[in-house]
Design a protein around this ligand. Sequence first.
Ligand code: NAP
Length: 439
Amino acid sequence: METDMNAPLLAGGASDASEPPPRLPGGPVIGIIGSGDFSRSLAIRLVAGGFRVVVGSRNPSRIPRGLFPDGVELRSQREAADSAERVVFAALYPEHYHTLVGLREQLAGKVLVDVSNAVRLNSRQRSNAERLAELFPKSSVVKGFNVVSAWALQTGAHDGSRQVLICSDCSDSKAELLQLARRLGFSPVDLGGLCASGDIEEAPLLLFPSWGGPMLATFLLFLFFYGYNFLRQVLLPYLDRGQNNFQQLPLVTVNQTLPAVALVTLAAVYLPGLLAAVLQLTRGTKYKRFPDWLDHWLCRRKQLGLLSFLCAALHAVYSMCLTLRRAVGQATQNAAYRQVSTGQSGLGYAALTLSIMHTLFFGWDFAFSPAAYPFYLPPVFLLALVLPCMVLVGRTFLALPCLTSRLAKIRRGWESARHRPPNTQETIEVDPPGACGDV
Ligand code: NAP
């Protein structure tokens, strides 16, 4: 039977269960149960991706004409489940899943996609997808597409929301959905079995995932340096000689705090890399996991770099307002931090060096004056230099040829004798001429 795709989309009210399922021309048909926002956006996307779509509604005659694009069949839930050859999306809220149990026969042997989200974080209940799998034991349930908003589905994933997290206990069904996601222009990520569905459902609730730690660390650093400046320049002078510097708090104190935070945060970008190198050198292998805290720190370097850049940019704005800094010095610093934001290690170390030089350049004149140490407290820029200088010294130390060559070997899979199984030959030789091998 040929279907006229220009004919009205509405295919009448809910059909009798005994009627044969509608036949759609062409290749496989994707089914969507539910006719809400998500269903509509997904249907638009599927049609644009070259799929044929049948939407199943409790009452298809109530769906306004033109809501779904040409090429989408609007049917009863049963007909839609029947028509779909392999994949059926459950585009309804999980509290209504139980209303679909009458479709068990139609959905048996098919891939049932759960697109729902969690309503709260860290709920200890089973996930929506796991409950759907219990309701439909003969279908293979796949979790996916919930991290994509209806808006992103319609706009064609041009706004950066390209990642689709997918999991299922059935690897064939999962592979099918991974392929479908790719064909729709998304980047699917396989997260394993259905036990991962709880995390996937909670993903849209996470605000700035992986930014919490770096933001907290930057905030604590800000508090520390601001508190130190407040003590040194405002509170102690006031208590000692009644000098009122409180007007400095909103601008001058903040502007002295920001570069210190930027510099230390920038050093914190490179410190974990150094620690990792030292660990690898002392262990003589790269096949041993770093401690969790170091692993997390390594994974947050980009965020720390961006926060460092933010502090430096704010410092530039404050400095311009206060006309405390000369234009040349500012340009030097901004160039340095632009490089930091790229997060690339070579340029990053250059940025760190430039920033240290910038700080020394401006602080050198009064670093040795006794007046710079009221109440025996050193200026904040000196404190801020401690960690960056340690990182630079550590980096310079690691640049020694004997250490560089050993580290390069370890990172290419070489292991020191105490980690090699007995009777194993050393196979990788990358010693540059003049390198001194094992330290
Ligand atoms: P919605 O606009 O409220 O649509 C839900 C649809 O469910 C209704 O249109 C209804 O279609 C259908 N439904 C079936 N049985 C139902 C029942 N017993 N009671 C009420 N409705 C019933 O919701 P939505 O925004 O499309 O969201 C649907 C699912 O997608 C949710 O699980 C949501 O978490 C997920 N999701 C949504 C978005 C988004 O941006 N909207 C993003 C990611 C994930 P009929 O009346 O035609 O039967």
